[in-house]
Design a protein around this ligand. Structure first.
Ligand SMILES: [Zn+2]
Ligand SMILES: [Zn+2]
Length: 246
């Protein structure tokens, strides 16, 4: 499968780059899943494929930096001349107000993912783990049934020891790394060293640092994470339109 970064900043957009959004495409190139829909997601997506080609959206949580472009996406699809299938938008149902906003008649339908038993979306089987964050956020472990390839996406999270077992053996760990190493054990986001340590202990192949802070020294952040992850893990700093073949 193929992972494409659309927006990689945490919190708010910067100049011409937006907040969290990723496109996951199945190995056969047929299925397109948008993971979170931060600011500029639609603009950046248009450089990769038509938003009309999206098959589903999945949301980790309802902070604005992960959903800012959801209304833009739905309006884009609503205004097309061609009749499009209703877009399934998967989110958790623990915030009824935010969940209710996922549904727009004839355009999109909110679907609550099953956090206990997992949910299948197209070619992907997905398990969930509630993380440490000021609002309810679910990390997700996506396995492509056809290939067994595995991606773990943390959404937003402070340090949580259960993330190690949840990420075990994954091809890619896409991790919220908002903090440099001096800010460990914070309740909202991981530090570089925490993410690297989880990647090492979970024996993932690749660690991708995302949800980046505008105030962080990104080369230092990457070095810290790489050092903690060890040489068996490839550590990669996310950038818009960077692609990882998984
Ligand atoms: Zn965030
Ligand atoms: Zn958040």
């Amino acid at each position: 499968m193929k992972l494409t970064a659309l927006g990689v900043w945490g919190g708010y957009p910067t100049a011409d780059a937006g907040t969290t959004s990723y496109l996951l495409t199945s190995t056969d190139g047929i299925f397109h899943l948008l993971m979170d829909c931060g600011s500029r997601a639609v603009t950046e997506l248009e450089h990769e494929l038509s938003p009309n080609q999206l098959d589903a959206v999945i949301l980790s949580h309802y902070h604005e930096d992960h959903i800012a472009d959801l209304g833009v996406l739905r309006q884009y699809r609503q205004l097309q001349a061609e009749k499009l299938p209703i877009l399934p938008i998967y989110g958790h149902a623990e915030n009824p107000y935010e969940f209710s906003k996922l549904t727009l008649e004839n355009v999109s339908k909110g679907i609550a993912y099953d956090v206990e038993n997992g949910t299948s979306i197209g070619p992907f089987d997905i398990q969930f783990l509630k993380t440490v964050h000021p609002v309810v956020n679910y990390a997700m472990r996506l396995v492509e049934r056809e290939t067994g390839k595995t991606l773990v996406y943390t959404g937003d999270t402070g340090f949580l020891s259960a993330l190690t077992a949840f990420s075990a053996g994954a091809c890619v760990l896409l991790a919220d790394v908002y903090h440099e190493k001096d800010k460990h054990d914070m309740p909202n986001h991981l530090s570089s060293v925490e993410a690297g340590t989880i990647a090492k202990n979970a024996a993932v192949k690749t660690l991708i640092l995302t949800h980046l802070s505008q105030t962080a020294n990104l080369s230092a952040l990457t070095e810290e994470a790489q050092k903690a992850a060890g040489t068996a893990v490839t550590t990669s700093l996310a950038q818009p339109h960077k692609i990882w073949e998984i």
